[in-house]
Structures are given as C-alpha cells and as structure tokens.
Design a binder for this molecule. Structure first.
Ligand SMILES: Cc1cc2nc3c(=O)[nH]c(=O)nc-3n(C[C@H](O)[C@H](O)[C@H](O)COP(=O)(O)O)c2cc1C
Length: 325
C-alpha cells in the first residue's frame, strides 16, 4: 500500500507547527486559502495525553476541514508516546508527528524535543517501538543536530529505518536556536539517501524563495512568514506551477481574515480567551500598516469582538494602505 504521504499533492506545502500561533482557527483559514496545505498541531505533551489532561485535549482540537491532520507530540518516554498515540487515534487525526526540534530550555531540560537528538540510536529504537504500536503513520520534525550536524545524515537514515513516513527538517542546530540562517545543504544531501518524503524548513519568506529552495526535496514547511502572510501557501502553489504569483489581497480582505479568525476562535474558546490569543496575530499584522502604532497599541489590548470590529472599521475608513506584509 502506498504511504499516505505519497498521495499528498507535490510539492508538499506544510504550515510549520508554532506554539501559540497555529491554533485551529488560523490553520482552518490557511487551508481555506490554499486547500493543499498540510497542517500539524503545535507540540503537545505525550505525558499530558497519557494522563488525560483536559487542557491538552482542548489544545489538540482540530476541525474536519483541517484534515489530513497531524498531531505533534513531544516527550521522551516510550510509555507516554504509546499511550498518547492511542488518544491521537481516538481523536481521528491522520498522523503522529514527533517533535525532535524544540530548543526551549523548558522542553530540552527534561530530555524532550531536540534533546532526543543527542542520542539518535536510543531515539530510533523508541520510534521503532512507537511505529509498531500504532495504526497511524509516524513522522518526525527535527533540527540538524543538537550541537552540530555531524550525526545528521546517519540519524535521518536510522529514523527512516525505524519506520517514519515523512521527515521535516529545520536547517539549524539546537544551539543556534533562531540565530544565523537556516542551512538547507545538509537537507538536500540527506534526501539523496532517503526514500521517504523530506520537507525543508527555515527562513522561507516568499514564494520565489520557496521555489528556489525546493531543489530535490518533496516539499517545504513555512512558519513565521505565514503568520504575517497566510496567503503565502497559495502564492507558493502558483510559483511551483509556474503561474503568476497572486498578490496579497487588498487590506479589506486581509481584515476579513482576522474577523473570521476571531469568529472561529470565539466559537471554540469564548470571547475573552479567543481575543487574548488573537492579539499576537494582530500585532504581527499591523506591523506592515502605515500609521500602525496607534492601531497596534489598541489591537494588542483588544478584549471584545465589538472593540475589534470598531478598530477594523477605523482602519478601513482611514483607507490605510499596506506595505508588503
Ligand atoms: C513561536 C514559535 C513556536 C514554535 N512552535 C513549534 C512547535 O510547537 N513545534 C515545532 O516542531 N516547531 C515549532 N516552532 C518551529 C517552527 O515550526 C519552524 O521550525 C521554525 O520557525 C523555522 O521555520 P520558519 O523560518 O519558516 O519560521 C516554533 C517556532 C516559533 C517561532
């Protein structure tokens, strides 16, 4: 049977998981703009799933429109991963993505996230056990290595042999966190030795950049640039097809995106919490608007949908023009 990932439209376009940004409303709208975008949850604790933590269950929420959908787990105990995988199956997700990339001290100090890259053999054994215990395909999102990329090539081969069905690589080491620039060369090299789909990730900010970076890879994954420009996946798809790249929509349609995001988030989480979460998206968005400062200060404190609407109406009637978002 062909792997589920073999059936996904090529080149694969994936929204990178971003804790605090890529919640269900945002993901749903990204997919509405470009239906071929592959979506994955932000990192969720395998242990929290194992102990049926209600907050984690809420964070794992996804709508049918987001499918095929992956839930990303972080952890380091095989018992937790196996227990969490059962929950992910019950939730109806389509695949399990393992987080081998998070550099946050809170995560790596407990041996999770990219700390697992320090002992790739043990990690590969753990992956193999998980693959054999779940019906769902397992994928990995990783960095080039913890300290450097010396073990990268072998680690990827070992992970493929352990049974993962897709690999996404952020071209930085853990030590680099987000400094310097992403190095895609090791990702192109490793693709030569792998048969599973490989996605490159790191520092893509435009459709032209995505096209240039693709090379021998099966797809690309975009994170931060998608928060500022959720239309980037439609632009990439056009670029990959050799079509004219569509411009970012007019300001009124951009505002409509956030109105819809607020509506979906309020439905799911209630007004207060939804708008608190939306504030950071709005702060990113107004960066590109002329005279943004006055709106920014109000948007990052917005508390009600009515208040949001009032500010948006003011932006619309001020006829603000937007630079490149
Ligand atoms: C705010 C933020 C949260 C992130 N959360 C996650 C996460 O939950 N899981 C994960 O695998 N990577 C996470 N990442 C890393 C991104 O998925 C991605 O690998 C990284 O941002 C590089 O891609 P980009 O240059 O396109 O943003 C996060 C990054 C940011 C900026």
């Amino acid at each position: 049977m062909p792997s589920f990932f073999e059936t996904i439209k090529r080149p694969i376009l994936a929204l990178a998981p971003m804790a605090g940004y890529t919640e269900s409303p945002f993901r749903t709208l990204v997919k509405e703009i470009e239906p071929s975008t592959l979506l994955i949850s932000e990192l969720l604790s395998a242990r929290a799933f194992q102990y049926a933590d209600p907050k984690t269950r809420r964070m794992a929420f996804f709508s049918p429109a987001e499918k095929p959908f992956g839930i990303q787990l972080f952890g380091s105990s095989i018992e937790s991963f196996i227990a969490a995988a059962k929950v992910v199956e019950e939730l109806g997700a389509d695949f399990i993505d393992l987080n081998f990339g998070c550099p946050s001290p809170k995560v790596i100090n407990s041996g999770n996230g990219s700390a697992l890259l320090r002992d790739p053999c043990a990690s590969a054994k753990m992956i193999e056990e998980l693959v054999h215990s779940t019906k769902l395909p397992v994928t990995v999102k990783m960095r080039l290595g913890f300290y450097d990329d010396t073990m990268f090539q072998q680690t990827c081969v070992d992970f493929q042999n352990a049974g993962i069905q897709m690999l996404a690589v952020h071209g930085r080491t853990t030590q680099q966190k987000f400094s310097g620039s992403a190095d895609w060369e090791p990702i192109y090299r490793v693709k030569e030795s792998l048969t599973i789909p490989v996605l490159g990730n790191g520092d893509i900010t435009s459709a032209e950049g995505a096209k240039a970076r693709l090379q021998n890879l099966d797809g690309i994954m975009i994170g931060r640039a998608a928060v500022k420009n959720p239309w980037i996946f439609a632009q990439c798809r056009a670029a990959f097809k050799g079509n004219k790249i569509p411009s970012i929509p007019a300001l009124k349609d951009q505002l409509r995106f956030f109105e819809k995001q607020a509506e979906l988030a309020i439905e799911q989480k209630g007004e207060r919490f939804a708008l608190m979460e939306l504030r950071k998206h709005l702060a990113q968005f107004v960066r590109g608007i002329e005279g943004a400062a006055q709106f920014r200060d109000r948007l990052i404190r917005v508390e009600t949908q009515a208040e949001l609407q009032e500010i948006f109406d003011e932006i619309r009637s001020a006829g603000q023009t937007q630079d490149d978002v």
